[in-house]
Design a protein. Structure first.
Length: 416
């Protein structure tokens, strides 16, 4: 019977995860969020996220056995770390509820009900923290316990009530938070990164329920004269650490995912403008200066500026009649209007670039200043606004040649 009792203890003792690992992950999540929190300090939701991450970090820092021993030694009070860690954990639970209530409902939507719920959470969990300290003051806990205080003092008067109180407060908060999160995940219209973040948070809080179940089972076993301390000392700590890591990922994922998504869009836009940029270099005979530490956004802005600066004087050499004929030709070939405008723009830009390379006396159709004088210049506003679509069209030379061929036919044939 003794061997059977030791087997799960040995099994789960190998799953030990240092409390400093989740503390480091939570600190990373806080570091990612902190610039936004500072920049938008007036936003109560961001302040709540920052406060919650700070409390979560504090829980794992002060729950580490080495920190527990240090706190007891510095204060000179044996086991004073117990109410301190329990208070931090209870405050973290209350912060989770406040965050989810504010995040889900907002401060303006159903404001009265939201504020009433927030006041109720603050009042209840502040009362629980006060009760934890009162119970510790009344209890007699002379033996310092770094890892198994919950089970060692499970039958000690007032310590017993203190342990049960923090576990019940934590369980209730986790149940309510999990319920709110999973209900929120099932709503429509959520951003994909927010949905994944909420799912990670839901899994993290579900793991907290395993932590509470293990702790409560070990305490109840002590009450009934049995020994299931391994549930509290070997199973609950790694579950709590894993839960904290998953919760931290839940906070990181929406921010990091949105950041990476925006970076991908910026790089895609920069790469998309490459064909038009290379064509404009033939006119400007220069290039955007390369700066090693420039951000993707800055490189995109410089490329857009270079293209527009080259297009603006070039528009004087573009033939509006030629553009209109090319547009009608593209429509007759079955291209949608937006695509047809881009192809027509490519045709007149290429003609203008070819015209600027010729001697001044050689003014062919659609090139040189003669086209601008006789047929009118192309409206540069639309041209400068749609450089992305124009650059994409440059990647399809077969379509450009088809439009050129159709536009070169008599107008009647093009319309037919």
């Amino acid at each position: 019977m003794v061997t059977t009792a030791l087997e799960p203890s040995l099994l789960f003792s190998e799953l030990y995860i240092s409390f400093w690992i989740p503390a480091a992950v939570l600190t990373a999540a806080l570091a990612i969020k902190l610039p936004t929190v500072i920049r938008l300090w007036r936003d109560p939701l961001l302040r709540a996220v920052g406060g919650l991450l700070i409390l979560a970090c504090a829980v794992f820092v002060f729950a580490a056995p080495s920190t527990i021993a240090w706190t007891n030694r510095v204060t000179g009070v044996t086991n004073i770390s117990a109410p301190w860690v329990y208070s931090l954990l209870t405050a973290f639970c209350g912060s989770c509820l406040l965050l989810i209530i504010t995040w889900r409902n907002g401060l303006s939507d159903r404001a009265a009900a939201t504020r009433r719920a927030m006041r109720w959470v603050v009042g209840v969990y502040s009362g629980v923290i006060a009760a934890l300290w009162v119970l510790f003051a009344l209890a007699d806990a002379p033996v310092e316990r770094l890892r198994d205080l919950d089970t060692y003092y499970a039958t000690t008067p007032f310590m017993r009530e203190q342990i049960l109180l923090y576990l019940l407060a934590h369980t209730v908060a986790v149940l309510v938070t999990s319920w709110l999160l999973w209900n929120w995940v099932r709503t429509d219209g959520l951003d994909v990164w927010l949905r994944w973040g909420l799912m990670f948070l839901g899994v993290g809080y579900a793991l907290n329920l395993v932590f509470d179940a293990a702790k409560l089972a070990a305490v109840v076993a002590r009450w009934t004269g049995h020994d299931a301390d391994w549930l509290s000392t070997d199973l609950a700590p790694p579950v709590a650490c894993l839960s904290a890591i998953v919760i931290a990922l839940g906070f990181i994922l929406p921010h990091a995912g949105q950041y990476l998504h925006e970076r991908r869009l910026v790089r895609s836009a920069h790469r998309e403008l490459r064909p038009l940029y290379q064509l404009m270099r033939a006119v400007e005979s220069s290039r955007v200066p390369f700066v090693l530490r420039s951000t993707p956004e800055l490189r995109l802005i410089r490329r857009e500026t270079f293209i527009r600066d080259a297009l603006l004087p070039l528009s004087r050499h573009m033939d509006e009649t030629r553009r209109r004929q090319s547009y009608e030709a593209a429509l007759s070939l079955g291209f949608p209007p937006e695509r047809a405008r881009a192809l027509a723009a490519v045709v007149v830009i290429q003609d203008a670039v070819a015209g600027t390379r010729r001697p001044e006396r050689d003014t062919g159709i659609g090139t040189g200043s003669e086209a601008g004088t006789d047929t009118g210049e192309v409206d540069s506003t639309e041209l400068l606004h749609e450089i992305g679509a124009t650059s994409r069209a440059l990647r399809r030379p077969d379509e450009i040649e088809a439009v050129r061929a159709r536009a070169a036919a008599p107008t009647e044939s093009a319309r037919t």
